[in-house]
Design a protein around this ligand. Structure first.
Ligand code: KG4
Ligand code: ZN
Length: 352
């Protein structure tokens, strides 16, 4: 076991090192991923093992199956990330792992794997919040991006509007009062007969549809920057069920387009309000739903019209990956934040 003194010395040395290479692991949901990232900005290697096909058989993520699959895959993805980087563990400066939020068993697999690696290699371990990882995906795609900026985080479990004041320093401006945007996409997709994860499939289906076909409510929760997707989702499900009961064929593309439009309009409207009020000139998107074509196009048009800077992660960096964890970890390391070997998974970890 390393003494506190040894650890502090290592931390000091790393904080003044010109090139810091972090091996990061992500296992909070249904992706087992490892990546090596330099100085929070440059991806040296990235490996993602997706369990989507396994969970699709059940129409959603089965937590026990996810934990087991992470256990089988975690050593493999780490080996592969090192191999692709042409590096050995001795070339790595620090380790990082997602410790929340997410599925407890899934998180624990990654946390225990990286704690074991930290113990045997004596490399410091940096604990990372998954949502902060999504925000940090923007640092990988936009090299000159620096806080402060506003970030719209829209994933399967979260919909947040947050002000990024400085690295690792956030003010939560608004959030969903019920379902997350990705969750709403997935539920609507299921009614249209699409498999898990439904978001991207619904979006594809929406491409040829008439987005004015089904008018949907535009909820305004009390919080100025809060979102609500539950009423919209229920109205959508009811409309579909009514048509089915009448024996009518569902105009699936039109329904998908109407739903996507309603969600994207809400996200854009709230983000614009927060951006205007904040006086910031940069908006970043993050999380799985930020891969949505309509959201990206609509935000791009708004940015052109209103003159703010829009940053979006590359498509593959929007959904879960370990490179974003390696980026976030670098800035946590700079603040001197290391995990003790007693680090535990925190399934409902908050960003702020
Ligand atoms: O960030 P993420 O990979 O995992 C979580 O941290 O939750 O987000 C996954 C969510 C799923 O709900 C998925 O349906 C949604 O992001 N998603 C999309 C698209 N790609 C992924 N939703 C709409 N359009 C997309 N293109
Ligand atoms: Zn995620």
């Amino acid at each position: 076991m390393q003494t506190q003194q040894e650890m502090e010395k290592k931390l000091e040395a790393l904080q003044s090192k010109a090139s810091v290479r972090i091996l990061a692991m992500e296992s909070s949901c249904d992706e087992t991923a490892a990546a090596i990232v330099e100085n929070g900005r440059r991806i040296i290697s990235s490996v993602i093992f997706s369990q989507v096909d396994t969970h699709a058989l059940y129409g959603g993520v089965v937590p026990e199956i996810a934990s087991r699959a992470h256990m089988d895959a975690c050593d493999r993805v780490i080996d592969q990330a090192l191999k692709e980087a042409g590096m050995a563990l001795s070339d790595v400066d620090a380790l990082a792992v997602t410790y929340g939020p997410g599925l407890v068993g899934a998180l624990l697999t990654g946390v225990n794997c990286m704690k074991g690696l930290s113990y045997t290699t004596r490399l410091p371990l940096i604990p990372v919040n998954h949502i902060e990882g999504h925000v940090s995906a923007n640092f990988l795609t936009t090299p000159d991006l620096e806080p402060p900026f506003l970030c719209l985080v829209v994933s399967g479990g979260h919909s947040h509007l947050t002000r990024v004041n400085a690295y690792g320093d956030y003010t939560l401006l608004g959030q969903t009062v019920d379902d997350a945007a990705g969750e709403a996409f997935d539920k609507a997709a299921r009614v249209l007969g699409l498999n898990y994860p439904g978001g991207p499939l619904l979006s594809k289906l929406a491409e040829g549809g008439d987005d004015t076909y089904l008018p949907l409510p535009h909820p305004h929760p009390d919080g100025r920057y809060d979102f609500s997707f539950s009423g919209l989702k229920t109205a959508f499900l009811n409309a579909c069920h009514k048509m089915e009961q009448k024996g009518e064929a569902l105009p699936r593309a039109d329904l998908a387009a109407s739903f996507e439009r309603a969600v994207v309009d809400t996200l854009c409207e709230r983000a614009m309000l927060a951006l205007e009020d904040s006086g910031l000139d940069t908006l970043c998107l993050a999380g799985g739903v930020s891969a949505n074509r309509r959201l990206r196009a609509q935000m791009t048009a708004l940015a052109a019209k209103r003159g703010f800077r829009l940053c979006m992660p590359e498509l593959w960096l929007c959904t879960d990956n370990a490179a974003m964890i390696g980026s976030a970890a670098y800035y946590r390391l700079r603040k001197g934040e290391l995990a003790p070997l007693s680090l535990n998974a925190v399934p409902s970890l908050e960003l702020v």
